[in-house]
Write a protein that binds this ligand. Sequence first.
Ligand SMILES: [Zn+2]
Length: 229
Amino acid sequence: MGANPDLYLRQVLIGPMANFVYFIGSKRTRECLLVDPAWDIDALLEIAAEDDMKVTGALVTHYHPDHCGGHMMGFKVPGGVHELLERVAGKIHVNRIEADGVKKVTGVGEGDLVRHDSGDSLRLGDVEIELIHTPGHTPGSQCFLVDRRLVAGDTLFVNGCGRVDLPGGDPEQMYETLTGTLAKLTDDVLLLPGHNYGPTPESTMGEQRRTNHYLRIRSLDDWLRLMGR
Ligand SMILES: [Zn+2]
C-alpha cells in the first residue's frame, strides 16, 4: 500500500514533560493543523514557517494543559491553543464531550471551537484525518487517524497507556478503548504517541500488541486489578 504523497507530517518534541506536537497537513495546499500545540507557540510557528506551511488551526486530543495550554488545579502551561488563535486564524477541533473542558482550561470561546463526533473527518488537500473518540484518559479524548498513522494523544504510548486516575479518567472506558476501538486498527498502523515515554518515539500497532503490557490484558477484572481497583 503506497503512502499518501500529499501528506505532510512532523513530530516535534517540546516542553519539560516530553510532549509530542504533530503537524499534519497537505504538501500541495501548504496548510497544516497542529495537534496539541502547547509550551511554545513561537517555536511551533517557526517550524511551520521553515517548512513553508501555513497553520490553519489545531486538533486537540484532550483538555490537559500540557496538550492545549492553560491551567488546571494549579498546573499552568504556556503557549496553548488560546495563544495560537491570537497568532493565526483558525479553529480548534475537539471532541464534543471535551469541548467544555478545553474552554475551561484554556479560556478559548465557543466560537473558537468545532465540536466533533467520533468518525468525523477533516480534509486538507488530499489528506484526510479521521477523528476517533477514545475515552478513558479523559471523557472526550480523541485520536487522529491519518494515512495509516494513529496520533494517539495520551490514550496509548509506546509500551504504555494514559493514566486513568487523573480528573475525568475512567478505567472501564479505557479498557473498552484499548480492547475495542483500537483493536480494530491493523498491525501496520503506526502509533504516534502524545509523549516520548517509550524506548522509541513511535511504534506500530503490531509491535505494541506484542510488547505493550496494556494491550495484553485478558479481562476487565484483570485490567481493573492492574489499575488498582
Ligand atoms: Zn493527559
